[in-house]
Design a protein around this ligand. Structure first.
Ligand code: ADP
Ligand code: MG
Length: 556
């Protein structure tokens, strides 16, 4: 039978999707493969079809016992002999299964990694006596600490290749950036692996990020347009999933909570009800969703900031598997980012902390984007995309801009005055007149110190980003990037070019970050700014004063 015939006969599909055909070809050729395909892309078929064509046993490693049953059931329905082995089975059942394996009656055997390597079961030794023709490792990103769902038991798979040196291994995941990919290949010790990356673009999903204000009311307004639709709402904490589910029920929605702390029966019941459409909304922590194959999820909402882009993309990817238009909405507040930042710090592991913080920073950047969100997401996974997708909030909305020339001049002056040798964080402290004793002592005699104290820190962050995006500032340097002027800076400082900035939509929800009042002494210092600037070198010949006038040093 050819792959195409098997596709028809066992799965009822007439065409391969994405890279399925090539992936299958390599596996049949006994070669190792790493396949990256978006959620719902059709990864399972990449090992299920070879399992049919190859005459022997395929071992499938899968992280969740709950998923195995679904997969095995649907394979059996399609006439493919498959089974799973896990702790939910009685001794008798397990013995029967062993017998069937001995008789070569099973084509696919699903296992959790800890099961395969558990010392007392001696399963591994038994499997080695069988004709194993393929090993599939589903959700392979679980092996990497850089992935978003690290599972220590996956590390046991590191020795797999040694036990089955001649058996092709196919690792599959929907989510792995470059670092995670590399980690998967190394940890599994894949042999001359072929790596396939399918396009991650989910054209039918519209991405929206809204400033989080009164998130429950915002959510109700959103749900008003989705009255009869199925959706997943993600919250950061278990408690908030339960609270929100209750609140939604009180509003008449069919909603249930789901998180890892619920007992097994409740979880199973809520998940089942959602799959059957008896429950329309699942309010969940990120514990929910892996392997859930519900095609008509019309929206995914994030009430809180996800920790990284991979997680966010995987979660939003659960919307619209049927290809119909779907929504991904995230309610963002900078306060959430701050909270997560504290979580990200791992004691005694600065290396990992750094990576987690970087990933969080990318997530924040995504939320604060003023350019196409889809482009950013795809870029994150190393895919190029046009600058305007036409179906994210940024591309769909005319952004409101205002004359931010003065703000730009203040920022550029500060960068200049700091001799282009500090990063954004420091420049911001300088602009706002930091209370930090150290910074203050060092700069307070500089007349530009504190000229931006009238603008909130979080707004400054956005403005600086905007200025970088528009090329009035640039960042340089690797690990600790430094803000520098550009060839466009000069015209702005001279007042020859006006700068349009995007109005901050987050302005009024940052109580903890309200601007410091400008202290009188700062004004006093500002009066002498010209002399100060005139004495320094390497700075443009213009500077902003405390009363917001621009002064050309030469004419003074
Ligand atoms: P994932 O990549 O998330 O593991 P699945 O393997 O669960 O995705 O597949 C998602 C859905 O796509 C399933 O319903 C599957 O039957 C279907 N599918 C897979 N391959 C094809 C194909 N070539 N043509 C049509 N549907 C397919
Ligand atoms: Mg899958």
């Amino acid at each position: 039978m050819t792959p195409n015939q098997a596709l028809q006969q066992y799965f009822g599909y007439s065409n391969f999707r994405h890279n399925q055909e090539q992936i299958i070809k390599h596996v049949l050729n006994c070669e190792d493969v790493l396949a990256l395909m978006p959620t719902g892309g059709g990864k399972s078929l990449c090992y299920q079809l070879p399992a049919i064509l190859l005459n022997g046993l395929t071992i499938v490693i899968s992280p969740l016992i709950a998923l195995m049953k679904d997969q095995v059931d649907s394979l059996n329905v399609n006439g493919i002999p498959a089974a799973f082995l896990n702790s939910s089975q009685s001794n008798d059942e397990q013995q029967q299964l062993i017998q069937r394996l001995r008789n070569n009656e099973i084509r696919l055997l699903y296992l959790a990694p800890e099961r395969l390597f558990s010392a007392e079961s001696r399963l591994l030794d038994f499997l080695k006596t069988l004709k194993v023709v393929q090993i599939a490792i589903d959700e392979a990103h679980c092996i990497s600490q850089w992935g978003h769902d690290f599972r220590p038991e996956y590390l046991m798979l590191a020795g797999l290749k040694q036990h089955f040196p001649a058996v092709p291994v196919i690792a599959l995941t929907a989510t792995a950036d470059k670092l995670t990919q590399k980690d998967i290949l190394e940890k599994l010790a894949l042999k001359e692996p072929h790596v396939f990356v399918s396009s991650f673009n989910r054209e039918n999903i519209t991405y929206t990020v809204k400033p989080k204000r009164n998130s429950f009311d915002q959510l109700l307004a959103f749900l008003d347009k989705h009255k009869n639709d199925s959706g997943i709402i993600y919250c950061l904490s278990r408690k908030s999933t339960e609270r929100l589910a209750e609140d939604l029920k009180a509003e008449g929605f069919l909603a249930e909570a789901y998180h890892a702390g619920l007992d097994h029966a409740t979880k199973a019941r809520n998940q089942e009800a959602f799959l059957r459409d008896d429950v329309k909304i699942i309010v969940a922590t990120i514990a929910f969703g892996m392997g859930i194959n519900k095609s008509n999820v019309r929206y995914v909402v994030h009430m809180d900031l996800p920790k990284n882009i991979e997680g966010y993309y995987q979660e939003t990817g659960r919307a619209g598997r049927d290809g119909l238009p779907s929504d991904a909405v995230l309610y963002y507040s900078p306060g959430d980012a701050k909270k997560l930042k504290d979580f990200a710090r791992i004691e005694d592991n600065p290396e990992q902390t750094k990576i987690l913080l970087k990933k969080l920073d990318d997530m924040v950047h995504f939320c604060e984007l003023q350019t196409c969100r889809r482009q950013y997401l795809l870029k994150y996974f190393d895919e190029n995309a046009p600058a305007n997708c036409g179906s994210c909030d940024v591309c769909l909305t005319e952004v409101e801009r205002f004359d931010g020339t003065l703000i730009a001049q203040k920022a550029l002056s500060a960068v200049a005055r700091l001799k282009e040798s500090f990063g954004a964080g420091y420049v911001l402290q300088f602009l706002r007149g930091s209370k930090s004793e150290k910074i203050r002592e060092e700069h307070k005699q500089l007349k530009t110190y504190g000229i931006g104290a009238d603008i909130a820190m979080a707004d400054w962050q956005r403005y600086l980003r905007d200025l970088v995006i528009q090329g009035y500032l640039q960042t340089s340097g690797g690990e600790y990037p430094v803000l520098k002027l550009t060839e466009k800076s000069d015209a702005v400082l001279k007042g020859l070019e006006k700068v349009q900035l995007i109005a901050s939509q987050f302005m009024d929800e940052r109580e903890e970050e309200v601007a410091l009042p400008i202290e009188p002494e700062v004004f006093d210092l500002l009066k002498e700014v010209r002399r100060d600037i005139a004495l320094s070198q390497n700075v443009p010949p213009y500077v902003i004063l405390g009363d917001n006038t621009l002064v050309e040093i030469a004419t003074y």
